[in-house]
Design a binder for this molecule. Structure first.
Ligand SMILES: [Zn+2]
Length: 230
């Protein structure tokens, strides 16, 4: 691995020489890429190639959605609390979340990434619904909201929604956000019960409930989906 600065951002890269005719580039992660090139390509040509493609590298690297591997996870941050995950190989799949101890016992038969995700998600999703409902009760007590049914979904592009009848739906993975942003999403949908649009009246009202409205909204736009695991 070598390191190169592209517009002040450090990137790691690996060179793989093989029987090909031209230099190729493949992004590996947000901060690394691989160069494949013909056996006898001189170093300066590789450097020139990287420099010429630096804008492309930076733009595309920023878009890489870095989904972490679930099997390798030792802990999971849920609403600012760190839950320790213990992986136990068993015949029967089960996931036990002990909230007081901040522990997750992940008992699984098959050690494959997709299987682990499926089993873990099947337990985390109802747990998310529980945490969301609990918070909604607190917020309603504070601000006197009246909402309908609450559900969780796996909406990749949306954090939440509010129906015409005041039924609320949330992306269950918002529990991986810091508490402040999590609460902001709930308040956003609760505000929609009275104000359906995103008018200035809506934002003014939401700012009353969440004084850090602007900051939280910006964080959600920039960082939000990076915290999704599934
Ligand atoms: Zn909205």
């Amino acid at each position: 691995m070598s390191t190169i600065l592209l517009q002040d951002q450090p990137f790691e890269y690996q060179i793989s020489r093989k029987g090909i005719r031209s230099i190729r580039l493949r992004l590996i992660s947000k901060t690394s890429f691989q160069i494949s090139c013909p056996y006898l390509t001189p170093e300066f040509l590789i450097q020139k190639f990287i420099k010429n493609n630096s804008t492309w590298i930076i733009n595309h690297a920023a878009k890489i959605n870095h989904k972490k591997s679930v099997l390798g996870l030792k802990n999971l941050k849920i609403l600012d609390k760190i839950y320790e995950i213990q992986w136990i190989k068993t015949q029967k799949d089960s996931v036990i979340i002990i909230e007081d101890e901040q522990k997750i016992y992940s008992n699984m038969a098959i050690e494959s990434e997709s299987h682990a995700k499926k089993v873990l998600e099947s337990k985390l999703k109802p747990f998310a619904l529980k945490l969301i409902k609990k918070e909604l009760v607190l917020l309603s007590n504070n601000f006197n909201f009246k909402y309908g049914k609450v559900t969780v979904r796996n909406q990749s592009s949306r954090y939440g929604s509010c129906s015409a009848h005041g039924n609320l739906s949330f992306n269950w993975q918002i529990i991986f956000f810091p508490y402040s942003q999590f609460q902001h999403i709930l308040l956003h949908e609760l505000t929609h019960i009275d104000i359906k649009n995103h008018s200035s009246k809506f934002w003014d009202q939401l700012t009353i409930y969440d004084p850090n409205c602007k900051k939280n909204n910006l964080w959600l736009k920039k960082e939000g989906t990076k915290h999704f695991l599934f």
